[in-house]
Design a protein around this ligand. Structure first.
Ligand code: GRF
Length: 210
């Protein structure tokens, strides 16, 4: 008799542009039988993104949708991305170092179903070079944020944050390394909570990982 179990894990896609270490953390999390997501695709706007090879080695379907042939027509590239995601039955999208400014087309198409990870404690330091800017500003706490994506860059409802303390003598590279370790813990935890909000939180509900 063949065993058929219904799979109630959410089909997700991970969008990357680079090395994909957060993608790797999500791949590892999804390997646990009780994790509420399964990865149906890793998609990159950069065909040479090192993370694509990591995803392939993990046995995942990969898609490279180069943005360059679309020139300045960002929405046309996004329509191709959107069609690819929908055709694969994706329900939730995780941006993980996806270095594209999104247009309202994609943010509206996936409103409430697209997550991003950002290397700062938002709303502080949206945009690039967050670790340098945190040091320049003299903040004592720094970290990372998982949030829902809206039309505004690095904005939208916060799903979780992880904080580290800034040490005397820290450089941007030191900070980046310590924040990245927290990113790898936070993203799977935030995704789990997002997909299974009824799961009793281990952290009192704030999803502050530190
Ligand atoms: C991470 O710092 C993430 O927060 C930011 O881009 C970087 C991607 O790194 N959005 P990786 O490709 O996941 O290693």
């Amino acid at each position: 008799m063949s065993e058929q179990s219904s799979d109630d894990r959410c089909p997700i896609a991970i969008l990357i542009s680079g090395r994909g270490s957060n993608m790797r953390a999500l791949i590892d999390a999804c390997a646990a039988p009780d994790f509420p997501a399964r990865i149906v695709m890793v998609l990159s706007n950069r065909p040479d993104a090192p993370g694509l090879e990591v995803a392939r080695a993990a046995g995942l379907r990969t898609e490279a949708l180069d943005h360059r042939p679309f020139g300045r027509d960002r929405a046309a590239h996004e329509r191709a991305v959107d069609a690819t995601l929908r055709a694969a039955g994706v329900e939730v999208v995780c941006l993980a170092g996806y270095m594209r400014l999104l247009t309202p087309f994609l943010t509206e198409a996936w409103a409430g179903r697209m997550l991003n990870i950002h290397p700062s404690l938002l709303p502080a330091f949206p945009g690039l070079h967050t670790h340098e800017r945190a040091l320049e500003a003299g903040v004592k706490l720094h970290g990372c944020t998982v949030h829902l994506v809206t039309e505004r860059m690095d904005d939208g409802p916060i799903l979780g944050q992880a904080a580290i303390s800034v040490q005397i003598g820290d450089t941007p590279d030191h900070l980046a390394g310590r924040v990245l370790e927290q990113e790898h813990r936070l993203y799977p935890a935030a995704l789990r909570r997002f997909l299974r909000p009824e799961t009793p939180p281990a952290d009192g509900g704030s999803l502050l990982v530190a």
